[in-house]
Design a protein around this ligand. Structure first.
Ligand SMILES: [Zn+2]
Length: 171
């Protein structure tokens, strides 16, 4: 693999809905940037407990299995910061908006990425959770740059210089 020119990007943060989104939508990108020394973080809003079990495990064990898979993927891809939240799979749009904003604003301010990445407004495949996380992430990334939002979560991130790139566009 040729060396990756990361420009001024020292940190990338992916705001996603399910364990496996990181691999499906950006596995190669994450591995490439992480190998070049870019600090990559992932926030996963659900544990994917309503996905298909595929005869791998029982319905009750699915969340634990998917969480373990995500932690393994993070190691393999080089993700340095992983936060797995417990909002309801297949009902993410019903997450309390103020709470999820505060959670994501706090994560953005902690990790201080130059670029945040989420799904496009159609959720890439019209999955309701992908559409929801796109909306929540767009809200939170803007809010993280404005000190009037969630001041209890710390300093603003880069004084408003964060960019939001949605999948479908090249990072
Ligand atoms: Zn997904």
């Amino acid at each position: 693999m040729p060396p990756c020119d990361t420009g001024s990007v020292a940190g990338l943060l992916f705001l996603l809905a399910h364990p496996d989104d990181e691999t499906f939508i950006a596995g190669g990108t994450i591995a490439k940037y992480a190998a070049a020394g870019v600090e990559v973080g992932v926030i996963c809003a659900t544990r994917g407990e309503r996905g298909k079990t595929g005869d791998i495990c029982s319905r009750e064990d699915l969340a634990g299995v998917r969480e373990a898979e995500l932690r393994d993927a993070a190691q393999i891809l080089g993700i340095r910061h992983l936060e797995i939240l417990s909002y309801s799979d297949q009902a993410l749009a019903s997450a309390p908006p103020d709470e999820i904003r505060r959670t994501m604003v706090a994560a953005v301010r902690r990790q201080r990425p130059q670029i945040a990445v989420t799904f496009d407004p159609n959720g890439m495949n019209l999955h309701a959770d992908h559409i929801a996380i796109s909306r929540f992430a767009s809200d939170a990334v803007a809010a993280a740059a404005d000190r009037r939002w969630c001041p209890e979560t710390g300093e603003t991130a880069h004084g408003g210089a964060l960019a939001l790139v949605r999948t479908g566009a090249r990072v």
